[in-house]
Write a protein that binds this ligand. Structure first.
Ligand code: SF4
Ligand code: SF4
Length: 98
């Protein structure tokens, strides 16, 4: 089991609601997320205070595909993430088919 699976398992065991899980991800990972430095992060995403797409899933904005900088993010390394372009694809969980 990798770090990502362990984290998801721990959170599932707490029996939190969807909204609580979302808040947890924002509180825990928001400061480390480097999406605002990414060439794809636009004004719409900024106005909606979006980020942490790896856990929260796709953006509500229309993003133009460019180079994703997720692999340079601490969250990516610490939690053994495997994908990229979360803002236009889906969360890590969805991309892993879980
Ligand atoms: S891996 Fe990507 S989406 Fe996830 S916190 Fe880091 S920069 Fe944001
Ligand atoms: S998920 Fe990746 S591509 Fe999307 S804004 Fe964050 S760093 Fe950029």
């Amino acid at each position: 089991m990798d770090e990502f699976e362990e984290k998801m398992e721990k959170i599932a065991a707490e029996g939190l609601s969807e909204a609580e899980i979302k808040k947890r991800f924002i509180d825990e990972l928001g400061d480390q997320c480097i999406c605002p430095d990414c060439p794809m992060y636009n004004q719409c995403a900024q106005e909606k205070y979006e980020g942490v797409y790896c856990f929260l899933g796709k953006s509500e904005c229309t993003m133009e595909e460019d180079d994703c900088i997720c692999p340079e993010c601490e969250v990516f390394e610490d939690l053994d993430l495997k994908y990229d372009l979360y803002c236009i694809k889906a969360s890590e969980k969805e991309l892993r088919g879980q």
